[in-house]
Design a protein around this ligand. Structure first.
Ligand code: 2P0
Length: 319
């Protein structure tokens, strides 16, 4: 827009999300355009709240959970580069206050909710009034998975066909699943050696197995739509677990090999499989890290918690 009219302040919240069909691989690394469609569930009240203030001191400043961040460090640098997409060279200094209520101990990524909340807050601060799909496409440029955090509940991220990426954004799936639970199994926290961006690139460049990934993702996406439409929990869990393991298989087949698992990750997987053998409907998914996210329904929560003491449980649909 030619004219931008910033408010004194604006704020927004966006939820974190967990993919049941994963985003793994980019067809455009600048715009974060994916090779495959993905599907996630948003985590309700867990996410990021971002407040923007027209800077009274005329200087950009970035705060994370109340602590000012150095602008030569990746967190503030990436965030201000994204703000610049909206300011487009105009002198509109801003203070950015980012608060995450995601339990940091759970090892959940915050870039998805972070860029989604920042996009929403920028829209309000500059009074742009952009449509949700447009905001989702912008959030995607900050971090791919952020485009899914623009919406609540189940969200599909369509890969799109256009080079400018404006058709590659989240699309909410109008279905609720009361009783669906996600358990966060913490194996390890802290910085990982290889981030998602570099990991995807390495997988594409070095793993022949990656060729099968888009086919796996397309088949899983179909099954997930079917599972959601018919409330078939076994189909949902099975598909999510196989999808995550297929993604990890492509990483393991890279060179140098990319194995995010710790011994405790494998032990937790085996515990899930034992529980299933014993008749409990519990499944897992994993992102580019060692932690597991368990999928189960509310009636099985006591049994799952007994097997995973101290489990952090999230109900995406607020139940
Ligand atoms: C996902 N991941 O679908 C997949 C599964 C990790 C494994 O989206 O490079 O932080 O910023 O677009 O979105 C994490 O990757 O990557 C991710 P960029 P992003 O949730």
């Amino acid at each position: 827009p030619a004219k931008l009219a910033p408010q004194d302040a604006a704020e927004a919240f966006a939820p974190s999300n967990i993919a049941l069909c994963k985003y793994w691989g980019k067809r455009d690394a600048e715009l974060n355009l994916p090779i495959n469609n993905s599907l996630s569930v948003s985590l309700g009240h867990l996410g990021t709240r971002t407040r923007l203030e027209s800077a009274p001191d005329g200087t950009d400043r970035v705060y994370l959970n109340g602590v000012e961040q150095a602008q030569d460090q990746p967190f503030a640098a990436k965030l201000l580069a994204f703000v610049e997409l909206f300011r487009a060279g105009r002198a509109l200094p801003v203070h950015v206050h980012t608060e995450n209520n995601i339990p940091t101990a759970a090892g959940l990524a915050s870039s998805a909710s972070g860029f989604a909340a920042l996009t929403l807050a920028l829209d309000r601060w500059l009074q742009l009034g952009l449509a949700p799909e447009v905001l989702s496409a912008f959030a995607r440029m900050g971090s791919g998975s952020a485009c899914r955090s623009l919406f609540e509940g189940f969200v599909e991220w369509r890969d799109g066909i256009h080079d400018d990426g404006m058709d590659s954004h989240g699309v909410p799936i109008p279905a609720r699943w009361p009783g669906l639970q996600i358990g966060l199994v913490k194996v390890a926290t802290g910085e990982k050696a290889v981030g998602s961006r570099a990991g995807m690139q390495r997988t594409i460049e070095t793993a022949h197995l990656y060729q099968s990934w888009p086919l796996q993702a397309a088949a899983d996406l179909e099954k997930l739509h079917q599972a959601i439409a018919s409330r078939d929990f076994a189909l949902l869990g099975q598909t999510a677990e196989q999808n995550a393991l297929s993604m990890h298989a492509t990483m393991i087949a890279s060179w140098p090999p990319l194995l995010y698992w710790q011994p405790e990750s494998v032990a937790a997987m085996q515990r899930v499989w034992q529980l299933r053998e014993a008749g409990l409907a519990v499944y897992f998914t994993m992102d580019a890290g060692p932690n597991l996210k368990l999928l189960f329904e509310v009636q099985d929560r006591p049994a799952v918690e007994a097997a995973f003491p101290g489990l952090e449980v999230v109900a995406p649909f607020g139940d």
